[in-house]
Write a protein of this length. Structure first.
Length: 214
């Protein structure tokens, strides 16, 4: 188990504030500062938990599609934006603050497109979050078809981070980014994909097979 590099500034920042408040509080015998320092230290411990990054290898069939994020399946439907007319199914995964927020490629292939879209911060549960919130938009071309997926910021998670470039080749389950503090991942599939999960199921990024090309 390691800590995601995107979390290092947050963790070291809260750790510094914690020790500074505790040192000042005990030095001045100021109870409010001492209490605040311990609260900040507890927050630091929570940041370690939030930015955890489990180490494992993805082992699945070449036609399998794995979950790109940990979380709960929010919905499986056919709500496809007009610009994605070649797709037929959308699967949304909701990430709570207790889920690992490291994101992984859902299948092996080549990145055809990867863009950052600035936007709003509606609750991740709301339908317009998929098209109006801050998000990434990523097209992955596989030997069996194309997959489109999006990291979507929520009302609490206000930043998406990814390290993908057009032309880049990725493996199934390969780490590609992180979302901060609770958010949503939408995956769009073509007609030749059979979905293996349903609303309410819990999935693990890089491990749970959520579908497969027929």
């Amino acid at each position: 188990m390691t800590i995601a590099r995107e979390g290092h500034p947050v963790i070291f920042g809260t750790l510094f504030v914690s020790f500074a408040l505790l040192a000042l509080g005990y030095g001045l015998h100021a109870l409010p500062l001492i209490v605040t320092g311990w609260v900040a230290l507890c927050l630091t411990a929570m940041m370690f938990f939030f930015f955890r990054e489990p180490e494992f290898e993805t082992d699945c069939d070449e036609k399998a599609i794995v979950a790109p994020a940990d979380g709960k399946v929010l919905l499986v439907d056919g709500a496809i934006p007009p610009e994605l007319s070649g797709f037929s199914t959308r699967l949304s995964i909701f990430l709570s603050v207790f889920d690992c927020h490291v994101n992984r490629a859902p299948a092996a292939g080549r990145i055809a497109n990867a863009k950052f879209r600035p936007g709003k911060w509606f609750s991740a549960f709301r339908p317009q979050a998929s098209t109006e919130n801050q998000r990434s938009e990523i097209d992955l071309e596989t030997p069996h078809g194309k997959i489109h997926f999006r990291q979507i910021a929520g009302s609490v998670a206000r930043r998406v981070v990814f390290s993908l470039e057009p032309g880049q080749v990725v493996a199934a389950g390969e780490r590609f980014g992180v979302m901060r503090f609770g958010s949503r991942m939408d995956i769009f599939f073509p007609q030749n994909v059979e979905i293996n999960v349903r609303q309410g199921d819990r999935v693990i990024g890089g491990k749970t097979v959520i579908g497969a090309f027929k």
